[in-house]
Structure formats: structure tokens, C-alpha cells
Ligand binder design. Structure first.
Ligand code: CTP
Ligand code: MG
Length: 222
């Protein structure tokens, strides 16, 4: 089954505060974007990649990535960046959406997501048990509920989909007002589709803050 991966890499990296968009931050001599792309290639499960970068970085991205990916300008939200990239994916059977910020994702985990899609699951997310207790709070900082931790998972990327399902979800969200979702699986959940969970990997952590980058540097220099 043909598989195309989309990398949303158009964020500004505000929380990291590295003075440049996060995907273009160096980690052990290579940008996060290069490492994320390499992980997808090394999985052996991806045929082509489309990358959404900040509009003023498309030339730089093309230089860095050479001919290894299609590069286009993202939008002002992650959802908008993915939506734009989806216009350039062609007609593969399977789609992966994978954050540039998860630069150390093991190729084997990527292959695991694709394998579950090939087995027939229409939507697949990698996830880990949560270590912290999670509380639901209201606008006044008052706890309203404590969901049982055993039933919670922290979700990573790549998230995988049969193409038809994800395109339908994005088409529908264009007209819906609740397009403010934080992952792609939520889009298909809104359609009532079932999302299957496979084992995530601690190394697929998202580089969000300066502390995360310290951890990533320690990992690559190990
Ligand atoms: N992303 C994107 N387009 C946006 C916003 C985010 O493609 N308008 C991408 C980021 O580049 C990243 C992924 O979505 O690979 C996850 O987002 P996040 O970790 O929040 O990255 P940033 O938005 O760059 O970081 P911050 O929120 O701290 O500014
Ligand atoms: Mg963000």
C-alpha cells in the first residue's frame, strides 16, 4: 500500500525559544526536520513525504532536504498546515501525519503504525501510559475530576490513516466550527470512526521546551 507522510513543521517554536522555528533548530549537527525525515525514510514504510514549513522558509527547507520531500508553506495553526500539505499528497492508500518536533522517533515505531494500518485499522495512533495523575480543571483552577490513570494514554505521532477517512475528516472540519483539535485522530473521532492504539516509544517524545532539547542532545551524544 502506497504511504505518504506529512510533516507539519511550520510552527514558530515559541515555547522552545531558540530564536528560530523549531524544525530548523540544530540537534547534533542536523536540524530537527532532517532527523524527522530520516526517521520516516529509515522505517522503510514510507514512499514519499510532504513537509509544511513557515512561508519564509520554503527555499531553505528545499536546500536542506534536497529532493527528498515536497516542501510547501504551512498555515497559522497546525491544523491549517496539515490541511495545506494534504493538497499535495496525491492519492496514496495510507497517510501518516508526523510532527517535525518528534525528531528522535524510532523507525520501528513508525513501521508499527503502518503495519496496523495494513492489517485494516482505519486510524492508528502510538501512545504510552501516563506517569502523572491527570486532573480536569475548570476556568477557576478548581479540580472537577480525576480520570482513572490506568485508562489514560499520552498520544504521539506519527498518526496513521486510510487516506479516504482523513481527507473526509478534514473536509468536514472545514465547515465545522470545532476545528480547534490538537491531533489528527480527534478529527476522525469527530466522524465517529474508531482509532486503534499501538505501543508508542519514549524516544518519540515531542521537543517542546528547552528542557526537552537538553534531553534530546543527551540522547544523540550518548
Ligand atoms: N506546526 C505547524 N504549523 C503551525 C503550528 C505548528 O506545522 N502553524 C507543527 C510544528 O512545526 C510541530 C508540530 O506542529 O512540528 C507540533 O506543534 P508544536 O510542538 O506546538 O510546535 P510549535 O507550534 O512550533 O511550538 P510552540 O507551540 O511552542 O510555538
Ligand atoms: Mg504549537
Amino acid at each position: 500500500m502506497t504511504t505518504v507522510a506529512v510533516i507539519p513543521a511550520a510552527g514558530s517554536g515559541e515555547r522552545l525559544g531558540a530564536g528560530r522555528p523549531k524544525a530548523f533548530v540544530q540537534l547534533g549537527g542536523r536540524t530537527l526536520l532532517e532527523r524527522t525525515l530520516a526517521g520516516l525514510r529509515d522505517s522503510g514504510a514510507v514512499d514519499a513525504v510532504v513537509v509544511a514549513v513557515p512561508a519564509d522558509r520554503t527555499d531553505e527547507a528545499k536546500l536542506i532536504l534536497g529532493g527528498d520531500a515536497t516542501v510547501l508553506a504551512g498555515g497559522s495553526t497546525r491544523t491549517e498546515s496539515v490541511r495545506r500539505a494534504l493538497t499535495a499528497v496525491g492519492t496514496p492508500e495510507l497517510l501518516l501525519i508526523h510532527d517535525a518536533a518528534r525528531a528522535l522517533t524510532p523507525p520501528a515505531m513508525i513501521a508499527r503504525v503502518v503495519a496496523a494500518l495494513r492489517e485494516g485499522h482505519q486510524a492508528v495512533v502510538p501512545a504510552l501510559p501516563v506517569a502523572d495523575t491527570i486532573k480536569a480543571v475548570d476556568a477557576n483552577s478548581v479540580v472537577i475530576a480525576t480520570p482513572e490513570r490506568a485508562g489514560l494514554r499520552a498520544v504521539q505521532t506519527p498518526q496513521g490513516f486510510h487516506t479516504e477517512l482523513l481527507l473526509r475528516a478534514y473536509e468536514r472540519s472545514e465547515s465545522a466550527e470545532s476545528a480547534d483539535v490538537t491531533d489528527d485522530a480527534a478529527m476522525v473521532e469527530n466522524l465517529g470512526a474508531q482509532v486503534f492504539v499501538v505501543d508508542g516509544d519514549p524516544m518519540a517524545f515531542k521537543i517542546t521546551t528547552a528542557l526537552d532539547l537538553v534531553l534530546a542532545e543527551a540522547v544523540v551524544n550518548r
